[in-house]
Design a protein around this ligand. Structure first.
Ligand SMILES: [Zn+2]
Length: 357
């Protein structure tokens, strides 16, 4: 048991003793859920104000009440353990309330220290502190290090990952209106085709691709990349290699303020006889489900450079555009399927869509 952890009753007794020894008492509180540099700076500054720094750590239940039901990420035991390891904190205790009125009433700190984003008026405990002759000390914190922002970043990363792993179910909020989607093939349509491309530095965009994608995005379509990566199934490269290639794609598209909404890939070889290798429509069905079945098929498109892309889009019931980049449709696997339009490149495809929007 860590000697820094006390009950609130023990803290009250301790404070009495310390004060008799002429020590000044600082009190601060919070969730300290995922500790970050902002917390550390804050606590060091808090410790500068007083001789003894006491941290009131909110119980898990009280965090749920004043933040939300999904918090804290770390339970009280773990948060307390981390807090106790910090040199600037002298004592830690847990409390159940959502404000510090009772804490302040009992401890009567010389300094009631809070993060500077609270105004003194908003602190319900301030008047109580001053009643006992204590002072409220506000310390500004750096906002870009908040726990909420850290969590948001993790969510974004996780989203990106789960869209790329087709075997995982995607739990997204239900949409209540239809979305227009442009499914875009990758190799030969977005980037220059190379067999079994898996090295990020060899990923080179086809002509007019960012401009085309940007125009499509501006027309109000969601961009969804649909790609066959049989090299994974054949063991030529790994999923991680492919993720790195996609990272390069994001990097090249970033300056154009483009948002690829989802990426679906088929990792199988022909022999696997899966239901997702184009022209099979398995990947598009995944996408459909992830948009809560709200894709407006009649106003959506599939753009690709191969007849298998066109057949895939056609079988799924969306409009199709063949681009004259990559294979130029000369793969001839499904010559019977006719695209709605044959475009010079993605930008020309976007202009066709604009005319028919
Ligand atoms: Zn597949």
């Amino acid at each position: 048991m860590n000697t820094k952890i006390k009950s609130r009753e023990e803290i009250v007794e301790l404070v009495e003793e310390l004060r008799n020894k002429g020590k000044t008492i600082g009190f601060t509180s919070g969730a300290f859920d995922i500790l970050h540099a902002g917390h550390i700076d804050y606590l060091y500054k808090a410790k500068e104000v007083c001789d003894v720094l006491i941290l009131g750590l909110n119980s898990d239940e009280s965090i749920k009440k004043y933040k939300d039901q999904n918090r804290p990420i770390n339970n009280f035991k773990f948060r307390a353990k981390v807090a106790c390891s910090l040199e600037m904190i002298d004592f830690v205790f847990g409390f159940e309330e959502v404000n510090n009125n009772i804490n302040v009433e009992l401890i009567k700190p010389d300094f009631y220290i809070k993060a500077g984003d609270y105004t003194k008026e908003k602190l319900s405990s301030a008047s109580i502190v001053e009643k006992f002759g204590g002072k409220v000390v506000l310390i500004p914190v750096q906002n870009d290090t908040s726990t909420s922002k850290t969590i948001q970043k993790l969510i974004e990363l996780e989203k990106l990952k789960s869209f790329e792993v087709i075997s995982e179910s995607i739990d997204l909020p239900k949409l209540n209106e239809k979305v227009k989607v442009v499914f875009v093939d990758r190799d030969g349509t977005i980037n220059k085709e190379l067999s079994y491309l898996h090295e990020p530095e060899k990923f080179v965009l086809e002509k007019n691709v960012p401009e085309g994608l940007r125009k499509i995005q501006d027309l109000g379509y969601k961009l969804v990349v649909v790609t066959d990566q049989s090299g994974i199934g054949l063991g030529y490269f790994t999923k991680e290699d492919m993720f790195k290639v996609h990272g390069q794609m994001f990097k090249l598209l970033l300056p154009f303020n483009l948002k690829i909404d989802r990426i679906y890939f088929c990792p199988h070889s022909i022999e696997d006889n899966c239901n997702c290798r184009k022209p099979k429509t398995g990947l598009l069905e995944k996408a459909m489900a992830s948009y809560s079945n709200m894709i407006d098929l009649e106003n959506s498109y599939f753009i690709g450079d191969k007849t298998s892309d066109i057949k895939c889009g056609d079988d799924f019931g969306v409009n199709t555009i063949l681009v004259k980049t990559g294979s130029w449709g000369k793969d001839n696997r499904y010559p019977e399927v006719k695209p709605n339009y044959v475009a010079e490149d993605l930008l020309d495809a976007a202009w066709f869509m604009a005319r028919n929007n």
